[in-house]
Every structure is written in C-alpha cells, then in structure tokens.
Write a protein that binds this ligand. Structure first.
Ligand code: VGL
Ligand code: ZN
Length: 204
C-alpha cells in the first residue's frame, strides 16, 4: 500500500512565518490535490518547546545561521519557530487537514533537533512513524513538503534507509536555501539514495 507523507506544512515555514521558505504556501495546493488519491495520509509537525536548543535565541550571542555543537551533534541555529501550541506551529489553514489520518510530531526534546519524521538527529530516538506505517501496511511512500534541504531531505533519506519505496514530489517541495543550491543538492542526494523524484503531474 502507498501512503502520502506531508512534511511540516506549518505556518512558520510559510512566506509569512518566522522561518520563511520562499513559495512555501504554493505546495499546500499540491498536497490538497494529492490527499484524496491515497488510502493513508500522514503529516509531520515540527513541535518545539520554547527553549529548544535549535533556537539562536537560547544561545546568548548567537544568531540564526550559525552552526554549533548541540549535545554532540552539529546544529544550525534557527529563529524561534513551530513552538508547541502557538499559531506558527499550526498547519497552514488551507491544508485539507480532514484528509490527514495521522500526525507525527518531532523536535520536542530541547537537547536534540529532529529534521527527519522518523528519527531525532542523533538517531537515538525514534518517532514511532516507521512502526505506524508498517502496522498500516504501507510499503511505498510519496513524500513532499518543507523544507527540501532539511526536513524533506532527512525524512526521504531515512525512508530509503528503512527500505520503503520512495517517491518525492519535486514541485511539492521548497527549499530554505541557506546557501544557494542547497535544495538542488538535496534532490541529488535523495536520488542517489534511491528515491524517485518526479513532478506532481507525472504522479499516477
Ligand atoms: C525545518 C529547520 C528547522 C524543516 C525544521 O521543516 O525543514 N527546518 N526546523
Ligand atoms: Zn525545527
């Protein structure tokens, strides 16, 4: 069975949010068009406590974009974003949330970030998503969302490593592009890991 996995379609990653992704809102329509075509739809939600270690604001003298060591893992610092129970953490209001069967939250541990919807960045903890998908009988995943170069990339690489058949909807993703070309490089890595990267129009 084939499941759709929507990565972090949350207000703070939209052009009006605190960690804006250019044209991030455009992909919500792509998600809404795909949702009815899947027997199982899962959405991930970046879900940080207010003092999360990935926030530049909790490290005095640091600014977003800096890279630090966070409990032994290299960590890019971000503006405060997707704080639990704030509007920024909510899904975009146009997303057809009624069509989503299951939400997986990540990034709740202040000591470690979690770009992937499957594992924390230190890979010590598992979100439970792989077990959920297995229990529901999903073997193939179609993945899209925000941002290409962070959470989509990490989720796709883990899904490939876990043995799922993975298709990425290219025009359903947008990149942060801290360095220009990061999004394109992320698509290359996903292809190298075995993911099929196609436009939504080619999805059948
Ligand atoms: C993300 C940076 C920080 C993402 C989440 O969803 O790609 N990026 N937290
Ligand atoms: Zn985050």
């Amino acid at each position: 069975m084939r499941a759709l996995l929507l990565v972090d379609l949350q207000n703070d990653f939209m052009p009006f949010g605190s960690l804006p992704v250019s044209d991030g809102d455009v992909v919500v329509e792509v998600a809404n068009a795909l949702i009815p075509r899947f027997p199982l739809v899962v959405a991930s939600q970046d879900w940080h406590p207010a003092d999360h270690g990935s926030f530049a604001s909790v490290h005095p003298g640091s600014v977003p974009g800096e890279v630090i060591d966070l409990a032994g893992v290299s960590q890019v610092l971000w503006p405060d974003h997707c704080v639990q129970n704030t509007p920024g953490a909510s899904f975009h209001s146009a997303l057809d949330i009624g069509g989503v069967d299951h939400v997986v939250r990540k990034g709740s541990d202040p000591e470690v970030d979690s770009y992937s919807a499957f594992f924390d960045n230190d890979r010590r903890r598992d979100t439970g998503l792989a077990a959920y998908l297995e229990q529901r009988g999903a073997e193939e995943l179609v993945i899209m969302g925000l941002a290409t170069d962070y959470c989509v990339r990490a989720t796709v690489l883990d899904a490939c490593g876990l043995g799922f058949g993975v298709t990425v909807i290219e025009d359903g993703c947008r990149a942060v592009d801290v360095a220009s070309g990061d999004g394109e490089r992320a698509f290359m890595e996903m292809r190298q890991a075995g993911a099929r990267v196609i436009p939504a129009a080619e999805f059948v």
